[in-house]
Design a protein around this ligand. Structure first.
Ligand code: ZN
Length: 494
């Protein structure tokens, strides 16, 4: 067992080195240096891959499986090691490199296609990626269906049927709420957020906020990047990034809080599992639940702004001095159907995801042709959100995921909202006064709750087990619906 831990500890070190190379590429590296860095990253990937699929891994797992009276953590470690090994041996090296090659070409062509809003540029690459990912799912074959196999990569243990049932329950309720909010005449408006906000001041505030949220600057740092992300370079080194727009205040603010939520998770694993295969989020959905809880449930709450708004007023008096907090609170909580998923509010967001989930199932299992995608995309947008994208850049071409073969990833985003609402509800049950702490700029009670119940375990439990352990129930979307109704009806005067 010890040898197995050690073996994978070395593999983890290699992957942290890869993460550092990639972090540097996105944060510091000059644009012209891509080629050399790409080659270094491929080398690290190959080293990791060959170690995982080595005879040594197979032997160590087999030996470990013979042992009796193993701890919960040892058993989880064997489970994860096996998962890595199985995937590495089931997928031929040629397929891995074919997917990598097509993805990187596809990514370039996708960027071009999106810029020109011309789906035909991306179509041949998308067709090829789809073919390769279907082959990948057939070879991996871990789920009851091909699409389930892909979903399981991001939400271990989940299946198409399980997610379908959740989304089918969610869909009509979300549509109803969105329509109801949309029919109100006195809607909040965002114009206050679109005034000029100095970049340097935004940056400083973002640091002040995560400091208050107990982001540990001793084992982490924030930098700027085009696309905000979180990465760990070891279990005691977590990096987050943000971006700043001077003409839209929420961009930096909420990106920072979102990534901080991911980082607090990565910073909170118990020492016993540091730098091991278990030092990761339990699933992508649970990871998103942490970022979204801090970003939306806390960061867009009235209590949060009771503390922060006077500070913001002092920093940006030219815009906010005479602007009432109540109106500001409404402006950061607008719900409206929009074309772009990443800009969507937390209520319409789920509908964007359901659209992609339904399409991916058809792409992977029902022979839906790439050429049919733009039309079906628009039809579903009309059905779910009541709007039709005027061009493909605002429609089927908007997301990067498919260009890299990331089919099956989207549902995790939405599951994150659902898990967040349910876990938060439980946290409130145990400490009902938590929101009053936020008014005083005190956020450690929530963090301690999350550390105790979610963070410390890393990947020891599967998501369905974890949510049972925390709340005594399976994932229950009603908590999210209730949260949305309780929050947004008052904002919209309903
Ligand atoms: Zn996230």
């Amino acid at each position: 067992m010890e040898e197995l831990w050690e073996h994978f500890n070395e593999i983890m070190k290699l992957s942290y080195i890869g993460a550092l190379l990639s972090w540097d590429q996105q944060v510091n590296m000059p644009k012209g240096s891509v080629k050399g860095r790409a080659e270094q990253l491929v080398l690290i990937q190959n080293l990791i891959h060959s170690r995982i699929k080595s005879d040594k891994t197979s032997k160590l797992i087999k030996e470990a499986e013979k042992l009796h009276n193993l701890s919960e953590i040892d058993l989880a470690m064997i489970r994860e090691a096996k998962r890595e090994y199985d995937q590495a041996i089931k997928i031929p090296d040629e397929l891995v490199s074919e997917i990598a090659k097509t993805s990187s070409l596809g990514h370039m062509e996708w960027e071009k296609a999106r810029e020109k809003s011309d789906f035909s540029i991306f179509k041949p690459y998308l067709e090829k990626i789809i073919k390769l990912k279907i082959e990948f799912a057939e070879k991996l074959d871990t789920g009851p269906t091909l699409y389930s196999t892909l979903l399981d990569l991001y939400e271990p243990g989940s299946t198409y049927d399980w997610i379908l049932k959740i989304f089918n329950g969610l869909k009509p309720k979300l549509v109803k709420i969105v329509n109801k909010l949309n029919s109100v005449s006195d809607k909040p408006n965002q114009s206050i957020l679109k005034k000029h906000y100095d970049a340097e001041k935004q940056w400083q505030l973002s640091l002040d906020i995560i400091k208050k949220l107990n982001f540990d600057f001793n084992t982490g740092r924030q930098d700027k990047a085009t696309h905000p992300f979180t990465t760990s370079l070891s279990s005691i080194d977590t990096r987050i990034t943000t971006r700043i727009r001077e003409d839209f205040l929420p961009d930096c603010l909420f990106s920072t809080i979102h990534e901080c939520g991911h980082a607090l998770y990565q910073m909170g694993f118990k020492e016993e599992i540091h730098d091991t295969l278990l030092a990761e989020g339990c699933s992508m959905g649970i990871h998103e639940s942490q970022s979204r809880m801090w970003e939306n449930v806390v960061g867009r709450s009235k209590e949060f702004w009771t503390y922060w708004y006077p500070i913001f007023q002092k920093v940006f008096p030219e815009n906010l001095k005479n602007y009432p907090m109540e109106e500001f609170y409404r402006s950061i909580n607008i719900v409206q159907p929009s074309f772009i998923r990443v800009d969507a509010d937390e209520v319409t967001y789920g509908l964007h995801i359901i659209l992609r989930f339904e399409l991916e199932k058809m792409i992977i299992e029902d022979q839906l042709q790439a050429s049919e995608l733009p039309e079906i995309w628009n039809a579903k947008m009309e059905e779910l959100l009541g709007i039709i994208p005027p061009n493909d850049a605002l429609g089927v071409l908007q997301d990067v995921h498919w260009s890299g073969g990331g089919f099956g990833y989207f549902p995790s985003y939405s599951l994150g909202n659902l898990y967040a609402a349910q876990i938060y509800k439980q946290a409130l049950k145990e400490s009902p006064n938590m929101p009053q702490d936020y008014e005083k700029g005190e956020f450690s009670n929530l963090l301690n709750y999350l550390k105790e119940n979610v963070h410390q375990y890393g990947k020891i439990y599967r998501a369905p087990e974890l949510i049972q352990k925390i709340t005594g129930e399976d994932l229950e979307p009603e908590y999210f619906i209730k949260y949305v109704e309780d929050k947004y009806y008052p904002i919209y005067g309903i």
